[in-house]
Write a protein of this length. Structure first.
Length: 420
DNA sequence: AATTAGACCAACCGCCAGCAT
DNA sequence: CATGCTGGCGGTTGGTCTAAT
């Protein structure tokens, strides 16, 4: 194991590559391709093992490498992808044309990690460091009484209006939503897989979509506490996003289910003017896998109730599924997976044209992803063009990524702060 | 000017999965 | 089924550069 057996057969060079070696390797590969890497050194006249040749080519000699310093967009993208994929450097690199996994890994370890920590963000979990500590404490106590909460898969979002590094005071937490919704919740759903979500949304999509394949995404938002909360389904990728965002620069987003590891939307700083903490839960009933409900729960005692709409108990649930779509399509003339719920003021159609549009994508160059408080307040969706581009080049992506999530999707919270 | 510490990054190491035999 | 080979990946090392002392 480890070094390939061929590397032991003869005394092979190690260490840095000389320009002459590089030249030999380039000439050989450009002329013949690499073929079987183990045969490359012999054919190219190199005293290296095939593995070393492969690495040198991939990480350094390949003509399509970008090299040079990473742009802030690239750094932000890496952070977002890392929040979803973890240390899957090769998959992250796949979304960044011209960048290698090694390069990204080095950047992460040498630079980004440090910056995140300075912002009070745990680079491993992408949560606030204070939260990570809090989670540890809660885990111990949660094991004692988890039985009462097993019927709902919870996604926790803690947004803070404070600077990232500043620990916010802990609010007392009301009980989770468990009974105020129309569907039977799935028992013991503590760690659903990506497939669990994806299958449902894909199913729902397949059953309900009309012929609008050009739509880049459906987005619905609803007013909650005077703030927009978004739920988006991208028809091309079957992504479902839950998009909370806070008034301040920090952004917490979580990819609930996605076939794309790359598209993490962000919203601007116009959200959640008063709450600093919200909780969301997803309910997926076994009885009908094509429907589900989406809950937001205000966890703060000091929520400004005047801004709530049609909410009497701080429990807002939104459902998706086939039965709702017909109604919405009829009402709005669009294909949308979607909602029905206590709110009347769903204003998804306002956003339908914009979230994943090219113009919106291009706008990301005008503004840092992790912008500061003083930046312009328009809602802005940040997606990643490179992913779309690579998607076009790699059609079997869907299956591959699904596999990725099957392995690695658990809970993937992402916390971002101003990053400079 | 010499030394030290930290940052950066290319390359290596160990492991794994897939495939062929 | 067992074994060996290979490509690929993530973690780690160690050399080089640079800034600080």
């Amino acid at each position: 194991m480890g070094r390939h057996s061929s590397c032991y057969k003869q005394k092979l060079r190690k260490g840095l590559w000389s320009p002459e070696e590089d030249d030999k390797l380039i000439k050989h590969i450009t002329k013949h391709g690499h073929g079987c890497w183990s045969s490359v050194p012999k054919l190219a006249g190199l005293q290296r093992c095939g593995k070393s040749c492969r690495l040198r080519w991939i990480n350094y000699l390949r003509p399509d490498l970008k090299r040079g310093t990473f742009s802030s967009q690239e750094e932000n993208m890496i952070i977002e992808l890392h929040a979803v994929l973890g240390n899957k450097w090769s998959q992250i690199a796949a979304q960044l044309p011209g960048r290698t996994d090694n390069e990204i890994k080095n950047l992460w370890n040498s630079s980004i990690k440090k910056k995140l920590r300075q912002k009070g963000i745990d680079p491993n979990t992408h949560k606030l460091l204070s939260e990570v500590e809090n989670d540890k404490d809660q885990k111990a106590s949660a094991s004692n009484n988890k039985a009462s909460e097993q019927d709902s898969y919870e996604l926790n979002y803690e947004t803070s209006n404070q600077e990232l590094a500043v620990e916010k005071p802990k609010a007392s937490q009301p009980p989770l939503i468990t009974s105020n919704h129309p569907y039977t919740l799935i028992d013991n759903l503590t760690s659903p897989t990506h497939e669990f979500f994806l299958n449902r949304f894909v199913s729902s999509h397949d059953q309900t979509s009309t012929s609008k394949p050009q739509d880049l995404g459906n987005y619905l938002s609803f007013d909650y506490g005077g703030s927009d909360i978004g739920l988006s389904v991208n028809q091309n990728t079957n992504n479902l996003f839950y998009i909370p965002a806070s008034k301040s620069s920090e952004m917490i987003s979580e990819l609930i289910a996605s076939s794309s590891p790359a598209i993490i939307p962000s919203l601007s700083n116009t959200f959640l003017s008063s709450p600093s903490s919200i909780k969301a839960s997803i309910s997926l009933p076994d009885s009908d896998p094509h429907m589900g409900s989406f809950h937001l729960l205000n966890r703060l005692q000091n929520w400004d109730t005047n801004t709530l709409t049609n909410s009497t108990n701080n429990d807002d649930s939104f459902r998706w599924g086939a039965q709702d779509v017909g109604k919405l399509e009829k009402d709005q003339g669009h294909d949308i997976h979607s909602v029905d719920g206590p709110h009347d003021n769903i204003k998804w159609n306002e956003y339908l044209q914009t979230p994943f549009s090219q113009s919106a994508l291009q706008n990301q160059n005008d503004q840092e992803l992790y912008n500061g408080h003083e930046t312009k307040p328009e809602p802005q969706f940040i997606a990643n063009l490179p992913w779309h581009q690579s998607q076009q080049q790699q059609q079997p992506m869907q299956a591959a990524v699904t596999d990725v999530y099957g392995k690695h999707f658990h809970r993937l919270p992402a916390t971002f702060g101003q990053f400079s």
